[in-house]
Design a protein around this ligand. Sequence first.
Ligand code: FA5
Length: 348
Amino acid sequence: MKIEDLKKEALQKLEKSASIADLENIEKEYLGKKGRIRELSLSLKDLDLEERKQAGIKLNNLSNSLKEKLELKRKMMKLMQIQEKEEKEFLDITIPSPKIKRGHIHPLSLARKELEDIFTHLGFSIVEGPEIEDEWHNFDALNFPLNHPAREMQDTFFIKQRKREELSQNEKLILRTHTSNVQTRYMEAHVPPIKIIVPGRVFRSEATDARHEVCFYQIEGLLVDENVSVANLKAVLESFLQEFFRNKEVKIRLRPSYFPFVEPGFEVDMSCLVCNQKGCSTCGKEGWIEILGAGMVHPNVFKNCGLNPKNVTGFAFGVSVDRLAMMKYKIDDIRWFHSGDLRFLKQF
Ligand code: FA5
């Protein structure tokens, strides 16, 4: 009777079992070394021989059939587990992949690339130089006197250096304030004729507004040869601006101006294409926007770079890529460029 009860109980538990862990517990409880079947078989010793034999056979059968049933259910459970996993991890390789969002070229890079192409067609080579520069190449070699206001803290970012006051001018480091630094570097290392443009980033410690950024892009132009004149300078400036704006009506005006490294020097303005000279925030309601500094290379600059001003002449100019891009794409605030605002960037 006890054997039948044990069998019933074990089968009920097997029926209810819901996990492999449940099956392991049942196996341990009934079939283990100290399990219920073993326990019952030990209690048979008081029965007489024939009864003991019969009960032994029954217990043995119970043990075997329980083992079989456990094994069967374990296999079923494993199969179900695999099926569930397959259903969960089903991968349909025929589903079309989500569209990859493509980036595109930033408007400043677009403008720079176009300017480089125009100047390359005009016969200029593209040269680059360091953004962290020494004072000699950024200022002194360019004929800036030591007390020039551009050297003051409000304009120039100085690199912190120990014992700065004990360093010479070509050891003191700053962030270059213009790409004219490469003029001097290039003239030190090359003999004329020289015909280069220098695109790159420049840095100025000044308040930002619709037309001024702390970090903006310039392209420096330098042409050194015999008998170079202001007429050559004007022709190059006009053709590159008209080419860049694809507009033969672009007007420029040259105003006399002072840059220590040129003589004579000019500030070059172009007619504002954002408002067609009606007056807007880009041109500060002037109708003209200043985009260029230019002039004939100063004899002192030639001397500082090891060239004889009696033998060579040249012109130089420095243009802001940001301001040209503003004009071309009709952007009313220079700060859009570095805003990272996708609503702005997606328009190009
Ligand atoms: C210069 O940087 C001279 N190196 C240019 C030059 C080269 C003159 C060769 C003569 C010969 P300037 O500081 O004016 O000059 O800057 C050149 C142009 O950069 C300006 O005409 C103006 O269009 C633009 N610019 C100046 N400051 C900023 C600013 N903070 N943000 C954006 N553009 C600026």
